[in-house]
Design a protein around this ligand. Structure first.
Ligand code: SAM
Length: 317
C-alpha cells in the first residue's frame, strides 16, 4: 500500500528528514497534480466544488505562504481548511503547534495519514464559522506553555472568504496575523484605496482592523482542480491600535454601509436613511465638516468616515 505520509511529507522526527523531504519536494514535486489525484482516488474521495476544494500542487506557493506567515516555534498556528494537509505540515515544521480545522469528514483519514509522525498537529473536524477559536487557543496554550502568539493561516474556500475574515476580525480573536489565500479580485478589494473602483465597505472594514501585506500572486495552474480565477495571498497584521478614534464603532460601520449601499448616489442621498435629518440639514451638517455632500462614498477616506460618524454621535449626545 502507498503511504500518503511518504508521498507528501518529510517526517517530523529528524531535521535531516525534513531537509531531505523539502529537497525531494522541489526536485520531484511531491505535490504534483497526479500524486494528489492518486491519493484522493485511493481514498475514494472526490474534490467537492461546494466546499471550494482546489488543492495546492505548487511547492513554491506552499512554502511562500508558510514563510509569509512568519511562523516560529513559539507560534500556535490555526489553519483553516487544511484539505489533505500540504500546508499543514509546512506550518508544523516551523510552528510550536498547529490546529487544523477542516469541515469535510472524508478528508480526515487523508489528513491523518499526511501528518503521521508529527506530534505538534491536532486535526479538528469542524466548520470554522461555527468554531470557538478562543477555546482552541486556550486549550493549546494550556497544553504548551511555550506558545506565545497565535497566527492564522489558510487557503480559503472562495465562497466564504469574506465571512471568515469578518468573523475573525469582529470576534477579536487573539491572533497576531491572518495569512490567507483568496481570489485575486477579493484581495484587490481588501487592499484598495479611495478613488478606485475596487474600494468599498470591505476595504475600510479590513483596513480598520489590520495593516495588509501582499505575499504572493498565484495563478490557477498552481491548483488541482484548476479554479477559474487567479489568487493572491495576503497577510493581515492585526492592529494593536486602531487607525481612527471612534465614539461608537457601530455608528462608524453603519455610515460606511449606508454610504456604499448605492454606489452611484451622492453621500447626501445615501446617508439620508440613517441620520434622522432632512436633506437641507444633512447637507449643512456635511458642509460644516468640510465634506461636499455631492461626493460619492468611494472618494472618502477612513478619517472622513470617522469624522461623519463621530459628529453624528455628538449630535444626539
Ligand atoms: N489547504 C489545502 C490546500 O491548500 O491545498 C486546501 C485548500 S481548499 C481551497 C479549502 C479547504 O477548506 C477544503 O479542504 C475544504 O474542505 C475546507 N473548508 C471549506 N469550508 C470550510 C469551513 N466552513 N470550515 C473549515 N474548512 C472548510
Amino acid at each position: 500500500m502507498i503511504d500518503a505520509n511518504r508521498e507528501l511529507s518529510g517526517h517530523k522526527e529528524t531535521s535531516e528528514n525534513r531537509v531531505a523531504g523539502k529537497i525531494g519536494d522541489k526536485m520531484g514535486n511531491k505535490y504534483s497534480e497526479n500524486r494528489i489525484r492518486a491519493i484522493m482516488a485511493r481514498h475514494r474521495a472526490g474534490f467537492s466544488k461546494n466546499l471550494g476544494q482546489n488543492f495546492l500542487t505548487d511547492y513554491t506557493v506552499i512554502e511562500a505562504i508558510a514563510e509569509g506567515a512568519e511562523i516560529n516555534e513559539e507560534d500556535h498556528v490555526i489553519e483553516i481548511g487544511p484539505g489533505i494537509g500540504v500546508l499543514t505540515i509546512e506550518c508544523a515544521d516551523r510552528a510550536g503547534f498547529v490546529s487544523a480545522v477542516e469541515i469535510d469528514k472524508k478528508l480526515i483519514p487523508i489528513l491523518e495519514e499526511t501528518v503521521r509522525g508529527y506530534d505538534n498537529i491536532e486535526i479538528i473536524n469542524r466548520d470554522i464559522l461555527k468554531t470557538d477559536i478562543e477555546e482552541i487557543c486556550r486549550n493549546a496554550q494550556n497544553n504548551n506553555l511555550n506558545l506565545k502568539r497565535v497566527k492564522i493561516v489558510g487557503n480559503l474556500p472562495y465562497y466564504i472568504t469574506t465571512p471568515i475574515i469578518m468573523k475573525l476580525l469582529e470576534e477579536n480573536v487573539p491572533a497576531e496575523s491572518i495569512t490567507i489565500m483568496m481570489q485575486k479580485e477579493v484581495a484587490d478589494r481588501l487592499i484598495s484605496a479611495p478613488g478606485k473602483k475596487t474600494y468599498g465597505a470591505i476595504s475600510l472594514a479590513v483596513q480598520y482592523y489590520c495593516t495588509i501585506d501582499e505575499i504572493i500572486q498565484v495563478p490557477a495552474e498552481a491548483f488541482v482542480p484548476k479554479p477559474k480565477v487567479d489568487s493572491t495571498v495576503l497577510r493581515l497584521n492585526i492592529r494593536k491600535e486602531k487607525p481612527v478614534r471612534l465614539k461608537d464603532e457601530a455608528v462608524f460601520f453603519s455610515v460606511i454601509k449606508a454610504g456604499f449601499s448605492q454606489r452611484r448616489k451622492t453621500l447626501l442621498n445615501c446617508l439620508l436613511g440613517i441620520c434622522g435629518m432632512e436633506k437641507g440639514e444633512l447637507s449643512e451638517f456635511l458642509e460644516n465638516l468640510g465634506i461636499d455632500s455631492k461626493r460619492r462614498a468611494e472618494t472618502l477616506d477612513m478619517d472622513e468616515f470617522a469624522e461623519i460618524a463621530n459628529a453624528l454621535v455628538s449630535k444626539v449626545e
